[in-house]
Design a protein around this ligand. Structure first.
Ligand code: MRU
Length: 320
């Protein structure tokens, strides 16, 4: 199943805000609908955002090809709909690069981005599973955070694709899905995907992660990224840094799985990244709140980054 695709002249997505209660498709037929779907997290996860951005520009090209100013404005709105995952602006800009050749060329580029993410998922799953077995020995117990499955990509996923591949190899002893406050991507979405795949798992509150590691219930942490900086810093869902600290304290591998489309050589380190703050309403109906949607895990806490092309052993001094 593709969780995002181009269908009959519009973008079709699974509405991730409705899961796990309801599997509902959304058809996005205007630029405003694409931007709204991105901002409300109906479509989310870095690679899926890249595909959404590209399809959004394809839609804009179709609807507004005779109005250059409106088209340029639409591209700007799409690429800035959320600031942190590099894939969104990158996907939108790559598709926009074909605008001089017309709407058909833009759509072809967007479909190429979709297909590349599908292929990247498959390659990461195999490469990542091999690495986890090398790092942990047979049948590891893994902790993951946020949602990095098909919902966050197009088909299989990044870190969760590795989890699925280990399950298929009968080489997985357990999964802890960190719930991922405040929007519960782990408790709602990762759990939904793992249940569909028949993988046994437990949901844990985010703050339990480091303690479960200290108590010996986890063999490694595996998760995704929204941006991997030139120095190896990993920007990912808020709560990632705490899991990395817990893993370091317990001497556990901390593995990041992300496609090359998430590696950003133009951003020197995590301090340079615009971290989205989603405002108080998601956290408290009454009080002021700090609500950063992402955090930065310094590169020295990362064991390895797995992409579709390489395993980068940051713990051995290898460079992104
Ligand atoms: O706010 P979200 O749900 O878009 O954040 C998503 C994440 O942080 C994921 O871990 C990341 O994009 C990797 S998805 C393969």
């Amino acid at each position: 199943m593709r969780t995002i695709d181009w269908v009959d002249g519009a973008v079709e997505i699974i509405d991730q805000t409705a899961l796990p209660d309801e599997l509902r498709m959304l058809r996005l037929a205007t630029v405003a609908e694409v931007v709204e779907a991105i901002q409300s997290l109906s479509v989310r996860g870095a690679p899926a955002l890249g595909v959404a951005g590209a399809f959004g520009v394809a839609l804009a090209a179709r609807l507004h090809h005779a109005e250059p100013d409106r088209l340029a404005q639409a591209v700007r709105e799409i690429e800035t709909a959320r600031p942190t995952a590099v894939n969104l602006a990158r996907g939108a800009r790559r598709a926009a690069g074909k605008l001089p050749q017309g709407p058909t060329a833009v759509l072809a580029e967007a479909c190429a981005i979709r297909d590349e993410e599908i292929a990247a998922s498959e390659a990461m799953a195999a490469r990542g599973a091999d690495l986890m077995l090398e790092l942990c020995g047979d049948r590891p117990r893994l902790l993951t955070h946020c949602n990095t499955g098909g919902l966050a990509t197009v088909t299989i996923g990044t870190a969760l694709g590795v989890v699925g591949e280990l399950h298929r190899r009968s080489a997985l002893a357990g999964v802890i899905a960190s719930e991922t406050r405040p929007l519960l991507q782990g408790a709602r979405l990762t759990s939904w995907e793992l249940a569909r795949w028949g993988v046994e798992f437990r949901v844990a509150v985010d703050s339990a992660g480091p303690f479960l590691m200290a108590r010996g219930e986890v063999d490694a942490v595996i998760l995704g990224a929204d941006r991997i900086c030139a120095n190896g810093d990993v920007v990912n869902k808020i709560g990632t840094y705490a899991h990395a600290l817990g893993a370091r304290r317990s001497g556990l591998p901390f593995v990041v799985v992300a496609p090359e489309s998430t590696v950003d050589h133009d951003t020197p380190g995590g301090a340079a990244v615009d971290i989205e703050d989603r405002g108080a309403a998601e956290v408290s109906a009454t009080f002021a709140a700090a609500n950063p949607a992402f955090d930065v895990t310094p590169h020295d806490l990362v064991t390895a980054v797995v992409t579709e092309r390489r395993v980068i052993r940051l713990d051995r001094g290898e460079k992104v």
